[in-house]
Write a protein that binds this ligand. Structure first.
Ligand code: WT7
Length: 716
């Protein structure tokens, strides 16, 4: 910070602020790392796509210009049915706790189901594709969805005793009963908190306790990668964990993957566990009136990892969220009721909430749900599904694209499907992977949108407008309608377009999809997302409260944003956020472990994978068994998705004189990068020792390495 301090002192001495001098490239301004990549050529949407697109009129872009903020977002809210129209589009009087569509009343389930019956009751709402290829797909029409959601809502209200405002934790795999349960909650105004099926029972229990859920909803099991996963067992662990945290769970409702056949080894606990298919018999054809909710009533919680060990419950509102996902689904996903749309994400993540369930169903689209992994039983599977169902909009992540390309780069050519539109989301995509997606998967016919956003933001922040903007491989693109980003360096100086420098991307204005708060921690919400660039905590002007996204980004001269990755202690593994602190605390739960540090390593398929460094207490031997113990602690406390690539047991950690572990040095070693200046460390000799242990050699050639790893572990 020496440079910044010097500049501030100079400004003060002169009495008035001076324009900042251009900073020398030193360690002090690492957010401004110069980024070197070649400008990619543009690709253009076809006239055929443009002709049918929902967003092909530049007047719409004009409508969302900054001078029309916030009223521009009426265009999104007007896609919904309101029981009572709102009187104030944005109430920004208590920053950063924004209120959207104030005075308005609506029900999210009514908007996604009931209102489509008149026109579309016989149309497919959901098409469920089981992983075993011998099992036929199941179609659920809007009429059938209406019936099933009502029955489940009646059960949740009358059997489970859930009321408007209660929270319920849902730990389920990708089966249609998951969106049905979510919509039933929304019908009652019960706040759902869906935990990704791949998380452990313990991780689920912690989230259930944080949200104060006394009802858990499970499935007995599911198919994944050719194996049957017994899921019910994790319910018992979740209940135990929640209890330790002071939260008692009195009912566990269990869906059977095959109604009538319980397929788990785990016994039912009398008086606590109930089979949904049996209880539902008492609610056949029951109808429950949708509860008319305040626009600001919370719709759901979605837990995500952050800089501290504890996952935070992002709380999303009913009106603003639903308006934002309906609007962005319509204009960026280009969904029409006649399209067959398939998003390969899991509903247990925000992508699934916004762009498998709420967005598509709000628009009366047909949304495909696939139970399993994309490359099962082979890399042709997704393309067989697309061909069979005539999918024309496809949505997935760079990790899945890399995997499918590696497993069968020619496979898409063998199948007769045609996409008009494809999405990539969750991590940066390498231009050559983008080109394979475009040429081979999209057969040079489909447009691609690279959508940058986050669990917190509800929906897209940067993406091209598919019929209006050209595409540029590797860049998310310009801001979404009504979103005004800015890139700042660590000192709050704007990083300009075309400067080639990176900085922290922020959003200057509120938008309807942004989360309301962190469940139970409003201070954490303010500190995490708004404190960094807020100059006046007393200010009541929204312009003083930019949203800090914790992503590094570069803005090209053409106005396209390229997202480099997280600048905090979060690792993006296969498009999913993993908090390094969470993994470290799992390691530290073992009595033998003295210290733990988790850093990202570059991986060809998953983008980044966690590498774990631990040091052991005196007298404990660094054995293979010890490594296995660390792995299993991580899998138990978080889940298999957090399984580290390698575990290094080291004699000591590189530390600053004040005792802080230098994660940046470990990240550099794990990625064959330059460790930089280490002379100021308390124990510089350990670096060489660890390098030899990890790389099998002392100082050798180093790689340039990606920007997020260069920035990893910085104090910011
Ligand atoms: C983080 C958010 C967005 C929903 C799924 C992930 C990274 C997201 C992109 C993109 C480059 C991206 C960011 C972000 N990210 N989309 N198109 N290009 N990076 O949601 O789990 O909350 O993760 O994913 O680093 O902060 P999430």
């Amino acid at each position: 910070m020496a440079v910044a301090k010097a500049r501030k002192a100079a400004n003060k001495a002169n009495g008035k602020p001076k324009p900042a001098p251009s900073l020398p490239k030193t360690k002090e301004n690492e957010a401004q790392i110069a980024v070197h990549w070649k400008e990619e050529e543009y690709f253009h949407p076809s006239p055929k796509f443009i002709g049918q697109a929902n967003l092909n009129d530049p007047a719409m872009v004009e409508r969302f210009s900054e001078t029309n903020f916030p009223e521009c977002f009426r265009a999104y809210a007007e896609l919904l049915h309101w029981d009572q129209y709102w009187h104030t589009t944005l109430d920004a009087s208590n920053p950063p706790f924004w209120k959207w569509f104030v005075g308005g009343k609506l029900n999210a389930c009514y908007n996604c189901v009931d209102r489509h019956l008149a026109q579309y009751k016989n149309k497919a709402a959901l098409i469920f594709v089981p992983e075993p290829e011998g099992e036929a797909a199941t179609v659920i029409t809007y009429q059938e969805l209406y019936r099933r959601v009502n029955e489940v809502a009646a059960m949740l209200r009358d059997f489970a005793g859930l009321k408007t405002g209660d929270r319920v934790t849902i730990h389920m795999p990708m089966i249609p009963e998951l969106p049905i349960t979510m919509l039933a909650c929304a019908r009652l105004g019960v706040v759902h908190s869906v935990v990704f099926g791949g998380f452990s029972g313990e991780a689920c229990g912690l989230r259930a306790a944080d949200s104060g859920s006394r009802v858990l909803i499970y499935a007995d099991g599911y198919h994944r990668n050719g194996k049957w996963v017994d899921h019910k067992a994790s319910a018992d662990i979740a209940v135990e964990t929640a209890k330790k945290e002071g939260q008692s769970v009195d009912k566990v409702l269990i869906w059977k993957r095959y109604p009538g056949h319980f397929r788990s080894e785990s016994p039912m606990i009398m008086g606590r566990d109930f089979f949904v298919d049996e209880v539902l018999k008492d609610y056949r054809n029951h109808v429950v009136a949708p509860v008319s909710q305040d626009a600001e009533a919370p719709l759901f919680l979605m837990y995500t990892s952050g800089t501290t060990g504890k996952p935070k419950g992002c709380q999303h509102r009913t009106g603003g969220y639903l308006a934002y996902v309906a609007g962005t689904s319509k204009y960026y996903q280009d969904m029409h009721p006649t399209d067959v749309y398939w998003c390969m994400a899991d509903i247990g993540w925000i992508t699934g909430h916004s762009y498998i369930v709420y967005g598509p169903l709000a628009l009366a689209a047909t949304s495909v749900l696939y139970e399993g992994v994309p490359q099962f039983p082979d890399a042709g599977r997704p393309w067989r599904i697309a061909e069979r169902l005539d999918v024309n909009i496809f949505h997935t992540s760079p990790t899945a694209i890399r995997m499918l390309r590696k497993a069968g780069g020619d496979e898409p050519n063998k199948y007769n499907y045609h996409f008009k539109h494809m999405t990539t989301v969750g991590e940066p995509i390498e231009p050559e992977v983008w080109r394979w997606y475009y040429d081979v998967v999209g057969k040079k016919e489909a447009v691609i949108v690279d959508t940058w956003w986050q669990t917190e933001t509800g929906g897209f922040l940067c993406t091209t407008k598919p019929a209006l903007d050209p595409m540029k491989p590797g860049s998310a693109g310009p801001p979404a309608l009504g979103i005004y980003p800015i890139i700042w360096d660590e000192e709050g100086k704007e990083v300009r377009a075309g400067s080639g420098a990176a900085g922290n991307i922020c959003i200057r204005n509120p938008w309807p999809g942004i989360m309301q708060t962190i469940w139970g921690s409003p201070e954490r919400f303010v500190n995490q997302y708004y404190k960094k660039y807020n100059k006046d905590p007393q200010s009541k002007d929204w312009r003083d409260w930019p949203y800090y996204a914790a992503d590094g980004a570069v803005l090209a001269a053409d106005g396209f944003y390229r997202i480099l990755g997280r600048v905090d202690d979060v690792i993006n593994v296969a498009g999913h956020r993993l908090g390094t602190k969470e993994v470290e605390s799992a390691c530290l739960s073992l009595p033998e472990v003295a210290e733990a540090a988790v850093v990202p390593a570059v991986d060809d398929i998953k983008g980044r994978v966690p590498v774990v460094y631990v040091s052991l207490k005196p007298g404990i031997a660094p054995t293979k068994q010890m490594q296995d113990k660390v792995t299993s602690a991580i899998e138990t406390m978080i889940g298999k998705i957090a399984r580290p690539k390698t575990i290094h047991i080291v004699p000591d950690m590189p530390k600053t004189r004040s005792g802080k572990i230098m994660r940046r040095v470990l990240a550099a070693i794990s990625n064959q990068m330059d460790t930089g200046d280490i002379t100021t460390l308390a124990n510089p000799d350990i670096v060489e020792q660890i390098r030899i242990q990890v790389q099998g050699r002392s100082r050798g050639p180093v790689k340039e390495g990606p920007e997020d790893i260069k920035m990893f572990g910085d104090e910011r």
